[in-house]
Design a protein around this ligand. Structure first.
Ligand code: NIG
Ligand code: FE
Length: 418
């Protein structure tokens, strides 16, 4: 039995509270314990309290982790990432800076399809090595769980390979991974103009094998009129749901109410992006219990100013989630602290609301609310010691990797520079 105590936390940001995702004013309550401490047994949190309470109950065998007067938070839960791909798109980024749009580049064969070509050519070892490198970037920002999508293979063989790589990543990288099948991310080169044939492949060949090998918990799709239109998206998502997968959708990224209403209709877990959603669509999400996942780093990196209406969502009572959307095209960042900063400055979420969205709300969106996302007894000891005096410094000192040390199930998985 391992027995640990974390002492000397200037702020222990527990996010303890009622079960379930937080909405409205509850998003501002971080349940902070000043000079707090944790007791950990066998990778799970055994007790949470003030330093005095925890210290007085220590046994002779208890190993002490001294947080050095820093702040301690639950590990961030990044509920939307695309971490398995080959190469990158820095050259395309330069073209965008010079005026080409994301849509123009995609239409001319670049974008997602360019990454697909490279990913199909890469060996399994190279894909895992690249993903493992990125996993380290997540840890550096204090993230301990990622939702990880396939979607850069777009053939039966390559999509399965990517999902197996995600499974291996969870084993070797020390980051928890929740896998999502995104076979309908784009129509690959060999199916151009034949979207229905590609959808048949996704439904009749890919999905059954993904489910048989238990390679994914969720199914996602990129809803856009010129990628997967709503009727086609509905067909894919219904098939996935019938096989027992949960649903997450790339919705309303560029086109108004394009995917959010479908998410509501199908009872999806999340609708992600929502840069182009109307008030009516947000109400539909609220009424059907779909959580919005906001991805401000992709808005920033695409050079847009159309951020999702986070304030309106919070006013409507939606349990907002924040994520990086880490991917080589629209959001090449794995930094949750940067996302918190963008949420504050661009979407006017308070630092506390942003932290709630990146921890406990994200955990619930992945059906992991019982295990991660807050520091409470019986939950996994996934936490980060951040080199700050106050939680508000996380979004305030922007562009900096704040994690001093990161722990997964009570084990140190990352140590930053002193
Ligand atoms: O969430 N929009 C679709 N998928 C990604 C971008 C993928 C890419 O450009 O490689 C997104 O923004
Ligand atoms: Fe995405």
């Amino acid at each position: 039995m391992t027995d640990l105590a974390v002492l000397n936390c200037r702020q222990l940001v527990t996010l303890a509270g009622p079960p379930g995702p937080r909405s409205g004013l509850a998003m501002r309550d971080l349940a902070i314990i000043p000079d707090g401490a944790l007791r950990i047994r066998d990778g799970y949190i055994a007790a949470v309290g003030t330093r005095g309470e925890i210290e007085s109950a220590l046994g002779a065998q208890t190993e002490v982790i001294d947080a050095g007067g820093r702040i301690v938070l639950p590990g961030f839960v990044d509920a939307h990432t695309h971490p398995v791909f080959a190469g990158n798109r820095a050259a395309e980024f330069e073209r965008r800076v010079e005026g080409a749009t994301y849509a123009e580049i995609a239409a001319s064969g670049g974008g997602i399809r360019a990454t697909v070509r490279l990913t199909r050519e890469a060996s399994a070892d190279d894909l895992l090595a690249a993903a493992n490198r990125y996993a380290h970037w997540f840890l550096r920002g204090g993230t301990t769980t990622i939702e990880a999508k396939s979607g850069y293979g777009l053939s039966l063989e390559s999509e399965l390979q990517i999902l197996r790589t995600i499974r291996q990543l969870a084993a070797v990288s020390r980051v928890r991974c929740v896998p999502t099948f995104l076979g309908a991310h784009e129509v690959p080169d060999e199916y151009r103009g034949r979207v229905h044939d590609y959808i048949d492949l996704v439904i009749h060949e890919m999905l059954p094998l993904v489910v048989r090998e238990n390679l994914a918990e969720y199914c996602d799709i990129f809803c856009e009129p010129n990628v997967f239109p709503l009727d086609e998206a509905r067909t894919v998502l219904r098939a996935a749901k019938a096989l027992g997968l949960g649903l997450r959708l790339h919705a309303d990224q560029f086109s108004a109410d394009y995917g959010s209403l479908l998410a509501a209709e199908l009872g999806a877990a999340t609708a992600d992006h929502l840069e182009s959603s109307t008030h009516a669509a947000l109400e539909a999400l609220q009424q059907t219990g779909v959580q919005p996942v906001l991805l401000p780093a992709s808005v920033y990196h695409l050079g847009s100013t159309r951020y999702p209406a986070a304030r309106r969502m919070i006013e409507l009572g939606l349990p907002v989630v924040l994520a990086t959307d880490f991917n080589p095209g629209s959001s090449p960042t794995a930094s949750m602290p940067l996302v918190l900063s963008l949420a504050a400055t661009q979407m006017k979420m308070t630092p506390a609301e942003a932290i709630t969205a990146a921890t406990v709300n994200a955990a619930h969106s992945l059906r992991r609310g019982h295990l991660i996302g807050s520091l409470e007894p019986a939950k996994a000891a996934d936490f980060a010691i951040h080199d700050c005096d106050d939680y508000r410094e996380l979004p305030y000192f922007f562009g900096r990797d704040t994690a001093h040390a990161v722990y997964l199930a009570g084990r140190c998985v990352y140590r930053g520079n002193p």
